[in-house]
Design a protein around this ligand. Structure first.
Ligand code: HEC
Length: 155
């Protein structure tokens, strides 16, 4: 929650700064950044629902777990093409933590996104069954998020 508030605040500041000087091009880039960060927030929210159950902070609820896992599958199925335009990396503009390396390693980024989508499908097959199955699917899923962040998201 704290993290979410901080990153939203950072985004608002960045938007304010760029709005002053924005031409149509930088507005379009910022729109793409906002969209992919929104996708990431949807990941974080739904992963959080599953994580809270996995840790026992929240009672296991098969329907809610299934809904969260289904959302991860749906959101990971979005076509990334419109949201990662050239020039929207963190060395070219403010308001993003996307490393420039993304644009020189598309096949690897795609593989990491694919691994996350696969882990989401595995979670969707497990989450609604029972808590132990959900817990077992949690590691690969969280690991898939982390692997991409480690390589392609700046601090
Ligand atoms: C294929 C790579 C990749 C995968 C997989 C991935 N992320 Fe990200 N994530 C990124 C990048 C790159 C950024 C920085 C985006 C930006 O600031 O433009 C990011 C940013 C974020 C943010 C910050 C969003 C914001 O508002 O600034 C959150 C939260 C996040 N990711 C959560 C997740 C979770 C949870 C998962 C797994 C369910 C996940 N991500 C999977 C690459 C990935």
């Amino acid at each position: 929650m704290t993290f979410k508030l901080i990153s939203t605040a950072a985004l608002v500041v960045a938007l304010g700064a760029s709005a002053v000087m924005a031409d149509g091009h930088s507005k379009a880039l910022m729109g793409a950044v906002k969209a992919r960060q929104g996708q990431m927030q949807l990941y974080a929210h739904n992963l959080g629902v599953l994580g809270a159950m996995a840790k026992g902070d929240v009672a296991y609820d098969a329907a809610a777990a299934q809904a969260a896992a289904d959302n991860l599958v749906a959101v990971s199925g979005l076509n990334a093409m419109t949201m990662w335009p050239q020039g929207s990396d963190s060395t070219s503009m403010e308001g993003t933590r996307a490393k420039a390396e993304i644009w020189s390693n598309f096949p690897d980024v795609g593989a990491k996104a694919g691994a996350m989508a696969e882990a989401s499908v595995a979670m969707a097959a497990a989450a609604g069954s029972d808590l132990a199955s959900l817990q077992a699917a949690m590691g690969p899923l969280g690991g898939a998020c982390g692997a991409c962040h480690k390589a392609y998201r700046s601090k």
